[in-house]
Design a protein. Structure first.
Ligand code: PLP
Length: 377
């Protein structure tokens, strides 16, 4: 059914907006790159949570998807997506049962780094007469098993568990992405050197496992900030880039990221210009409607940015629960004006909405449900 709302400025606010032309351009930029290298793209769904976009990414060449939670994976599997890797650990009995139930109808692999959990998964799989696909997280910044001997020992133990099918290794070492205030000082080459050092440990571990007679199908690594480094690393099978589809504004400051455009925004209305506060204005977009970003050691807060030329003279000074606090040349605004914020963190912004309005230019051309919204379990 055609949308009754033709112009995006007719939408009620706060409203989440996807710029379709920029989204398509971002997907094409990434898929053009992956058409030139051996590894494939396995885009991360945690950024958009929208099956329609997953299908666009797969149509453009992705081999499957990455999800961060099993509940998220369930939504994408129901939408017909195959080859799903859950880049996380599952630990409680309820999750293990959910995973085994899904194994009957979905193509899903989960991360493991604990032998007791692996045993429980194997037992449940045997009882259900299925083979549960697992991949071992190699430790970098969060969970995981240390590379080399510890990982080899762990994989050999997994191989003895009859209900499991060992798929391979994956790693996430976002430690190679610098904090926003130093991003422009850290070159692409410096980040590549750090990234390759991390990947060296994983590939050495892969070789040790293979030499012990256990095949390793998956070597999954990397993310948006490293896509064109990981994409060229020998033996990597797939790259887990997520943020490139919408591109957060601080992320774009990294060398090489300027190819991707900010495709997500939140439309917000100026609700108050208090006469006694000369350079302050308030909008209806607060923390419930847009996320801020915490970078570095999670102590630095980066706020959204005002979109367009207004962003040169007006900045988001803060976010309270229901209000966006603007500072600067607010005399350029009047109450009732609609402006857009570009999120500093898109993944935690999409999760606040049931639907994204899709625009081409000013025209609203669709409304896509964010089906994995709230599936953070
Ligand atoms: C395990 C894992 N893989 C991939 C990604 C995707 O990273 P990006 O959004 O920078 O592409 C993340 C993001 O946090 C992650 O945790």
């Amino acid at each position: 059914m055609p949308s009754k709302i033709i112009n995006k400025l007719d939408l009620d606010t706060p409203a989440l907006i996807i710029d379709l032309d920029l989204l398509e351009a971002n997907i094409k930029t990434m898929s053009d790159y992956f058409a030139t290298v051996k590894p494939k793209l396995r885009p991360h769904m945690k950024t958009h949570k929208i099956p329609k976009i997953a299908h666009m990414q797969i149509d453009a060449g992705a081999i499957g998807v990455t999800c961060q939670k099993l509940g998220e994976a369930d939504v994408f599997a129901q939408a017909g997506i195959k080859n799903i890797l859950v880049s996380n650990q599952i630990a409680n009995n309820e999750k293990i049962r959910h995973f085994i139930d899904m194994t009957r109808w979905a193509d899903v692999t989960v991360g493991v780094d604990d032998l007791e959990v692996a045993r429980k998964i194997s037992d449940e799989a045997l009882a259900a007469n299925v083979a549960a696909k697992v991949a071992v997280e190699v430790s970098a910044i969060r969970c995981g098993i240390e590379p080399h001997e510890p990982a080899l020992k762990f994989v050999k133990q997994l191989a003895r568990l009859k209900g499991l099918r060992f798929m391979g290794l994956w790693v996430h070492e976002a430690g190679t992405t610098p904090a926003i205030d130093v991003a422009s000082e850290i070159s692409w080459q410096k980040r590549k050197d750090a990234h390759y050092k991390g990947l060296d440990a994983v590939v050495e571990t892969k070789h040790m496992i293979e030499e012990s007679g256990i095949p390793v199908e998956i070597f999954s690594a990397g993310y948006t900030g490293t896509y064109d480094m990981t994409g060229e690393y020998p033996e990597v099978t797939d790259v887990q880039a997520g943020s490139y589809v919408f591109m957060d504004w601080p992320y774009r400051q990294l060398e090489g990221m300027e190819k991707f455009r900010a495709a997500l925004s939140v439309l917000t209305t100026v609700i108050s210009l208090p006469a006694h506060k000369r350079d302050i204005a308030y909008t209806d977009c607060g923390l419930k409607n847009i996320s801020s970003e915490h970078t570095g050691d999670y102590t630095k807060i980066v706020f959204p940015k005002v979109k367009g030329e207004l962003g040169d003279v007006i900045r988001v000074k803060g976010l309270s629960e229901e209000h966006g606090h603007l500072q600067g040349e607010v005399n350029k605004l009047k109450v009732g004006d609609k402006i857009e914020f570009i999120p500093s963190h898109n993944c935690t912004t999409t999760s606040r909405y049931d639907v994204a309005h899709v625009v081409s230019g000013e025209r609203v051309v669709g409304a896509w449900p964010i089906l994995a919204r709230g599936k953070h379990y």
